[in-house]
Design a protein around this ligand. Structure first.
Ligand code: TYD
Length: 212
């Protein structure tokens, strides 16, 4: 956790996991929980979160590109997001709840695509040397179960969702490896359970981490 950015009580919480892990509805539930405690919450997502970031998201999700271009565009969108939304919100004492952040770049671009770790680290240190989430909830489940959920949703798959099982096996492994190295910042949630059970666990985690 970074203390360099003046936080005035603001907290930064991120949600991660392979596509189809079911984090979207849990993010809304977590935001509602925090708001019920009177907390001023900014909800956002990556890639995206700003007008420029959302335009980059369109390209990233639909336009074929070199893996290093992909990694740099993820971090370009992130730079904008940090500068114009995340850091100002934290400095004003607001809480930021974000659907994905740099752990996703580690999992998808390093783990999934094979980007060199050193290049990821250079971009991470450049773009956010003094900001890391206070807490990251990693939704973990087997790629087969996630793929079944995506298929059942009936939505048009994007460039990432169209990847094969092997890709998601690597993404999942990279997420779990990052969780092991994160010194307690990343909590792994078994996402292969009923939504109400997961919701209860998240409520418990937030309580223990921030309100105990
Ligand atoms: P997400 O918003 O979770 O997708 P959806 O709205 O379809 O559920 O994420 C968009 C995709 O971008 C997802 O497949 C993961 C990918 N991604 C990366 O590859 N690297 C990154 O750094 C980020 C933030 C996302």
């Amino acid at each position: 956790m970074s203390q360099t950015v003046g936080r005035a009580g603001g907290r930064f919480i991120t949600f991660e996991g392979i596509d189809g892990a079911g984090k979207s509805s849990q993010i809304s539930a977590a935001v509602a929980l925090l708001q019920a405690r009177g907390i001023d919450v900014v909800q956002s997502r990556e890639p995206g979160g700003t007008p420029l970031g959302e335009r980059l998201r369109e390209l990233l999700l639909h336009e074929p590109m070199h893996l290093e271009t992909e990694a740099m565009l993820m971090f370009a969108a992130r730079r904008e997001h940090l500068a114009s939304r995340i850091v100002p919100a934290l400095e004003a004492g607001r809480w930021v709840v974000c659907d994905r952040f740099s752990d996703a770049t580690y999992a998808y671009q390093v783990g999934g695509r094979g980007l060199a770790r050193g290049k990821f680290q250079a971009l991470e240190v450049w773009v956010h040397p003094d900001v890391q989430p206070d807490l990251t909830l990693l939704f973990d489940l087997p790629p087969e179960a996630a793929a079944a959920r995506i298929a059942a949703s009936g939505a048009d798959p994007d460039r990432f969702e169209r990847e094969q099982r092997d890709f998601f096996v690597r993404v999942r492994e990279a997420y779990l490896e990052r969780a092991r190295d994160a010194g307690g910042r990343i909590c792994v949630i078994d996402a292969d359970r009923p939504p109400e059970t997961i919701r209860g666990e998240i409520e418990h985690l937030l309580q223990a981490r921030f309100f105990a």
